[in-house]
Design a protein around this ligand. Structure first.
Ligand code: ACM
Length: 539
């Protein structure tokens, strides 16, 4: 008996949270990491919140909160002095990290503490979710107590491929708004690839006018692309939501649409992928792409540009029959096409570094020698874990986005007929939620090199916004918790229970989401594949 008490005492010392009390939870996705509830509730209704004028630093968070609260609950508010009510106040606390916040829900005041815009944003999104999900009739009830919270990982991203199919300003804004709701903070925008180029470049207008024509399912579709004015509008919309946008201008492969517009810079391709590459041995190619990247870098103040670097071998066999490339290889002592690829990427990276930008690259570049302080690797090939190890060993910060379970174009359940599979494998919501990102950096050597996680939606099989929604929701919510909540905070059953109410929010917004509680739904809806709808597109 005595031994058992000592034993339990020892266990309590080691794992105090686990034995003494289960961490309380609140109706927030991603689940906050530290919560202490004092018991009781705050009851709020229309007009019962009173705002203290906030410092400029907190204006975006405060305005977004008021706007979203109104949109989602119909509640409006007063300023202090205009009426009596529960005060919402913002206070700067420089002792907190950028994204960290304290949300103190006292008996008659709610106080947000943060050191920076991002922390204040995260605080009000937690409050917003509690108020929206805690609303019944005209009254919203939130628990009293304190949340002190910060993310497990700084990079919590979602990637949308708009080359294969184009969705437009309103859809992108809607996605950004949901990302903000879930505290996701990086939007990786895949704007160029084989089917189309989707971004206006003033110096080279044919990129969008000719390169913007077509889609994966309809090569003759009229040109669709974002004007620079639309990009600025979207960037500002994202900034207000604390989301940085990382555009991807894929090179030297996946350049087919650009090569349709300016064939003089094509490096050729293969039978399945004609005109797939930019020409790596023409001086003009580097000048042309540098001009493009200058416009891109000005449009996107994140200071990040993703340069791709993936799957160049789909088209680089053409480089074996090109005299200019033979001379490049001889002159620079480049042994083969892989070395030419690396040479190309280093030159283009240097162009961007001269503009003070940093670059993202796919994991084919894990051994490229690109400078580790300015390069972020994206590990995507789940079947090549050695590429992740190589990136880490070479000292790179790395974003984790392996196809399974982080490519959102993979099917989610056995009965889903259209979309991608790997052999028989696909990406369930549960596998996504349980993906052990923290374990990848268990080794002390690589501590801190995992920048975070990202869900990637490639759109070969996504030719409608319904299908986009179906593959994205509620995966976006699960992704948010993978990136934010520490492993001791995560619990799939608690997540699913909380998710039920989020599905109600999706319904209110007419999103066509995947319902994990009714998985047969797609069967009924997507019973007829659109033309050229691939079962299993090539990687
Ligand atoms: C990729 O899926 N080609 C990065």
């Amino acid at each position: 008996m005595k031994l058992r008490i000592i034993y339990i005492g020892f266990f309590v010392l080691l794992f105090p949270g686990k034995v003494l009390r289960a961490q309380p939870s609140v109706a927030v996705i991603p689940q906050p990491n530290r919560i202490s509830l004092t018991g009781g509730e705050l009851t709020l209704r229309d007009h019962s919140l009173v705002f203290e004028p906030e410092a400029l630093l907190f204006r975006d968070a405060s305005e977004l909160f008021r706007e979203q609260l109104f949109v989602r609950t119909g509640f409006t508010w007063f300023k202090t002095g205009e009426a009596a009510g529960a005060i919402l106040a913002f206070k700067q606390n420089t002792g907190l990290e950028q994204e960290e916040y304290i949300l103190d829900m006292g008996p008659d005041a709610i106080v947000v503490e943060a050191s920076a815009r991002a922390g204040a944003h995260n605080a009000v999104m937690s409050l917003l979710q509690m108020m929206v999900l805690g609303k019944e009739g005209g009254v919203s009830r939130i628990p009293r107590g304190k949340i002190q919270d910060k993310p497990a990982f700084s990079w919590r991203g979602y990637m949308l491929d708009e080359s294969r199919h184009f969705f437009g300003v309103e859809k992108v804004k809607q996605l950004l708004n949901w990302m903000a709701f879930y505290k996701l903070n990086r939007f990786h925008w895949h704007l160029t690839d084989e089917p189309a180029w989707r971004l206006e470049i003033r110096k080279y207008p044919l990129l969008s006018l000719v390169g913007g024509i077509g889609s994966f399912t309809d090569p003759a579709a009229g040109a669709r692309y974002y004007t620079q004015q639309e990009i600025r509008d979207i960037v500002a919309y994202a900034a207000k939501r604390q989301i940085e946008i990382i555009p991807e201008i894929d090179m030297p492969g996946h350049a087919t649409a650009a090569n349709r517009a300016y064939p003089q810079f094509s490096g050729g391709g293969s039978r399945n992928h004609p005109d797939f590459t930019f020409h790596p041995a023409k001086k003009g190619t580097y000048t042309y792409l540098t001009h493009i990247l200058k416009e891109v870098n000005v449009l996107f103040p994140s200071g990040w540009v993703h340069l791709g670097g993936d799957e160049v071998s789909f088209g680089s066999e053409a480089w074996n029959n090109d005299r200019l490339i033979d001379s490049l290889k001889a002159g620079r002592k480049l042994a083969g096409n892989k070395e030419v690829e690396t040479y190309f990427m280093r030159r283009m990276a240097d162009s961007l570094f001269r503009m003070n930008a940093r670059i993202g690259v796919w994991d084919e570049m894990a051994d490229s020698g690109l400078p580790k302080e300015k390069t972020l690797q994206f590990w995507w090939r789940h079947d090549k874990p050695e590429q992740l190890q190589l990136a880490l060993k070479n000292g790179y910060a790395t974003v984790i986005c392996p196809r399974i379970p982080l490519y959102f174009d993979f099917v989610q359940a056995e009965n889903h007929r259209y979309g991608r599979k790997w052999g028989k494998a696909f990406g369930t919501l549960e596998a996504l939620y349980k993906y052990p990102v923290e374990d990848l950096q268990k080794s002390e050597t690589y501590k801190g090199q995992i920048a975070g996680v990202q869900g990637n939606l490639w759109t070969e099989t996504v030719n409608t916004t319904d299908r986009l929604d179906f593959l994205t929701f509620p995966r976006l919510a699960a992704l948010a918790e993978v990136g934010w909540s520490e492993s001791r905070t995560k619990n799939y059953d608690r997540f699913l229970e909380g998710l039920r109410k989020h599905l109600g929010l999706y319904k209110e917004e007419n999103l066509y989401f995947y319902d994990p509680f009714d998985p047969a739904k797609e069967e009924a809806y997507f019973n007829k594949p659109p033309e050229r709808y691939p079962d299993n597109p090539e990687d």
